[in-house]
Design a binder for this molecule. Structure first.
Ligand code: LLP
Length: 431
């Protein structure tokens, strides 16, 4: 739908008037600026291209998976990281090229592995010994070959701007490098003629601001590769360094430009390859948040406002931890604006509350909003594109919001709002 006569004090997002979007599609509403999604994807892809190294950028679809989103990922030439049958099903429904789909998970079921084999997906990221057993059985049964990556824990864990080195790795994911389990898994997989060990995978964390942790991971992997080359003449074709590239939610956050993460990684891989006289592998990465995080925002309607004199003002909106659980779960910080009063200068401090029957359902503590904030205003929260809709839930039997894509001055509904019928569709009367 084209929109005209936009008012100047209205917040625009992706070139469109957000107040108008709220009116057309109702609230709570997720809005994605598709141009921004493409820009983020291209920042990764073009940096690899410029550095002339074979690569894949696999979008981690757990950040936000829907058919329309995966269509855009496909158009941008991305690969896809899926972690469940549900995410794989969505990818197949979207017509995503199967050879560019990678399956993750620390507890893949027989059905999941069968689905992956049946659809001949690009690779399975093998996580544990139980999975190796299952996979060995299945490839023999179907007389089928499969590409795998071996997921290892390099003993580096990064969060935001700090990282920790863990000697003995304590993680539910992957094979430990320090206690020989990774090597044992490699040998087991190399023994199977149906299984092609394409390479190694590691993921060191999420919302990481610095390149240090990634560089340390590359160094650790090259030590291992050198050892495995000497002992077992095994040299991986692919090095998958996972996701975790940080984004800016508020002024406090200071991530690198996306290109810089790639430059640092590729630079270090080239250095290490030279040092150990090993070939330069294909570099794969798995960004989720960095592709969609700042490309999405949420629009709410303001309802009740409770002023406790000298204490706090609670401004309640018609959503909350059901559509964005990150503040409640991780104490995540966001910024908001009143979309229909984006030019008002006098402000006051309020806290934005969700409408769930739960004290912890707060979206933002102490945000500056226009003095005149009142019921009926449209409140927009920025950078909710990653792990917002994808972690949404039906607590208090709230319906999940609609999702709208905007691009080139047009908006389009891409995920319908849930209805009350959707809430009870699986319920059965007890007889
Ligand atoms: N690859 C692997 C193996 C992962 O486990 C993850 C995220 C990613 C890639 C993508 O990471 P990203 O680029 O999005 O940071 N729900 C949390 C984030 C959980 C991340 C889990 N794994 C949040 O809302 O912050």
């Amino acid at each position: 739908k084209m929109m005209k006569n936009v008012k100047s004090d209205h917040l625009h997002f992706g070139g469109l008037d957000t107040v108008e979007l709220a009116r057309i599609y109702d609230t709570p509403l997720y809005v994605y600026d598709v141009h921004k999604i493409r820009e983020n994807a291209r920042a990764f892809v073009n940096t690899f291209k410029n550095m002339q190294i074979p690569f894949q950028v696999a979008y981690a679809s757990k950040a936000f998976s829907s058919i329309a989103m995966l269509q855009v990922a496909k158009q941008e030439g991305l690969s896809l990281d899926v972690v469940s049958q549900g995410e794989l099903y969505t990818a197949l429904q979207a017509g995503f090229p199967v050879e560019r789909i990678h399956l993750h998970g620390n507890n893949k079921s027989t059905e999941e592995l069968e689905m992956a084999l049946k659809h001949n997906i690009g690779c399975i990221v093998v996580d544990n010994f139980y999975e190796i057993e299952l996979l060995e059985g299945l490839v023999k049964e179907y007389n089928q070959t499969v590409n795998v990556l071996l997921r290892v824990t390099p003993g580096i864990e990064a969060h935001t701007h700090d990282y920790i080195l863990t000697g003995q790795e304590d993680s539910k994911f992957g094979f430990d490098l320090s206690n020989g389990q990774a090597e044992q898994a490699l040998l087991k997989l190399l023994d199977d003629k149906e299984i092609n060990v394409l390479g190694i995978h590691c993921h060191i964390g999420s919302q990481i601001f610095e390149t240090t942790g990634f560089i340390m991971a590359v160094q650790k992997l090259y030590q291992t590769m050198n050892k495995w080359n000497t002992l077992h003449q095994y040299v991986p074709e692919v090095l998958n360094l996972g996701g975790g590239f940080g984004i800016k939610y508020t002024e406090e956050d200071e991530p690198q430009p996306l290109a810089q993460y790639v430059e640092a990684l590729v630079h270090e891989v080239k250095e290490q390859a030279k040092q150990y006289e090993l070939p330069i592998p294909e570099i794969w990465i798995e960004p989720g948040r960095a592709i969609v995080g700042d490309a999405g925002m949420t629009l709410y309607s303001v309802g009740s406002i409770k002023e406790i004199p000298d204490v706090r003002t609670y401004v309640s909106v018609n959503g909350g931890m059901t559509d964005n659980i990150r503040p409640a779960l991780y104490n995540a910080k966001y910024n908001a604006v009143v979309a229909n009063k984006s030019n008002e200068e006098s402000t006051k401090t309020v806290s934005i509350a969700g409408k769930c029957c739960e004290t912890g359902d707060m979206l933002i503590w102490d945000e500056q909003v226009p003095e005149s904030i009142e019921a009926g205003d449209i409140l927009g929260i920025f950078s909710t594109g990653a792990y917002g809709y994808s972690m949404s839930n039906n607590y208090n039997r709230f319906t999940k919001p609609a999702v709208v894509f905007v691009e080139n001055g047009k908006s389009q509904l891409v995920v319908k709002r849930e209805t009350y019928q959707s809430l009870t569709q699986n319920d059965l009367f007890y007889e």
